[in-house]
Write a protein that binds this ligand. Structure first.
Ligand code: SF4
Length: 344
């Protein structure tokens, strides 16, 4: 379907629904696509896109950020994905730790981290992200990489959003990458209209169109717009390796706190490669009561869709991508970062 035709149908449906509709996207890549394409500007006034907790760097708890920086400052070589290096914490950022002489490496993959381990045998990889990145971390642990895991399961966060009821969510634009691993079925238990959606502008418009159609008909179904990648059963092999190496625990999320059953911890069988156990004596010395959001930063509210970034008093005044106050401005997948770039 042509873009103009989709927009025509979206406008027609929005008119028929006749009330404000909130659709939440919960994937950092969707946030980027929506921002770059300017989709919000062409949607009917009563259709609102809200950014949720889809940016892995943004949702990583402050305590975990402080923990990995502590390890680096204590002389443990640390590797992780680039964006995380600039996230500030009570001991500065990983970038600042590197300036002080700590061995901090930014990597694109766990394969890179394994190569670095050859020259840095004590290297710790800071593993973050959802079901999409977890299989590669599991694979690397099996190859002997030591990992500090902050990996998370995504669905419990969606359940937490609905249970909290802080924001009315009429429908979810479900995350295409996560769905490629978990498949369609796990979404069935969520009490919301949902469309698993791909990552082109047309995909997102079609996802919105399908959601509006559900909302107009009072349906709460799980539909799959991204069938060319997401299979009904997901990726069984990826889930198998996740389950082999990780077990489900409680996960700590910025903006939410602890969400039951949302965390992925390294199983006892692989505890030799669990940095939380290996470096317990260093981590036990951290005063986690000081692991709080940077002063005045409202990332937690942004992540839960309570405010849009422009409602943060520091947005674009004090906090910019060049001088970020919080992770939502640091990460290229963060809502604040994307709002800033869109406004440029
Ligand atoms: S604009 Fe900056 S300070 Fe405000 S919520 Fe976003 S990251 Fe935090």
């Amino acid at each position: 379907m042509e873009k103009s035709e989709m927009l025509e149908k979206i406008n027609k449906l929005a008119g028929e629904i006749g009330r404000d509709v909130n659709l939440m996207e919960v994937c950092g890549t969707h946030t980027q696509v929506i921002s770059r394409s300017g989709i919000c500007k062409v949607l009917p006034k009563n259709v609102h896109l809200i950014t949720g907790p889809g940016c892995p760097v943004c949702v990583t708890a402050q305590g975990d950020i402080d923990a990995i920086i502590s390890l680096a400052l204590a002389g443990v070589p640390v590797a992780t994905y680039g964006d995380l290096l600039r996230v500030p914490g009570q001991f500065g950022s990983l970038d600042q730790a590197r300036e002080k002489g700590a061995k901090v490496f930014d990597v694109y993959s766990t394969e890179d981290a394994l190569k670095l381990k050859e020259e840095n045998p004590d290297l710790v990889f800071f593993g973050l992200g959802f079901e999409t990145t977890t299989p590669m971390t599991a694979w690397a642990i099996k190859k002997g990489l030591t990992v500090y895991s902050t990996h998370k399961r995504f669905l419990p966060a969606m359940e937490a959003l609905l249970a909290a009821g802080e924001v009315r969510i009429d429908g979810f634009i479900d995350p295409g990458h996560v769905s490629a691993i978990i498949g369609e079925r796990p979404y069935d238990d969520l009490d919301a209209a949902q469309v698993i959606t791909g990552f082109t502008e047309d995909d997102v418009l079609q996802g919105i169109l399908m959601l509006l159609d559900q909302i107009k008909e009072n349906r709460k179904d799980v539909e799959n717009q991204y069938k060319r990648v997401v299979k009904k059963e997901g990726n069984k092999n990826a889930r198998k390796i996740i389950n082999e190496v990780f077990e489900i625990g409680d996960g700590d999320w910025r903006g939410f706190g602890i969400i039951a059953n949302s965390g992925l911890e390294i199983r006892e069988k692989y505890e030799k490669f669990d940095a939380k156990k290996k470096y317990k004596s260093i981590l036990d010395k951290i005063d986690f009561s000081k692991s709080v959001d940077p002063n005045g930063c409202r990332c937690g509210d942004v992540i839960r869709g309570m405010i849009n970034p422009k409602q943060c008093p520091m947005f674009a005044r004090v906090c910019t991508p060049e001088n970020p106050v919080g992770p939502c401005m640091v990460s290229v997948e963060g809502a604040c970062h994307n709002f800033f770039r869109e406004a440029e």
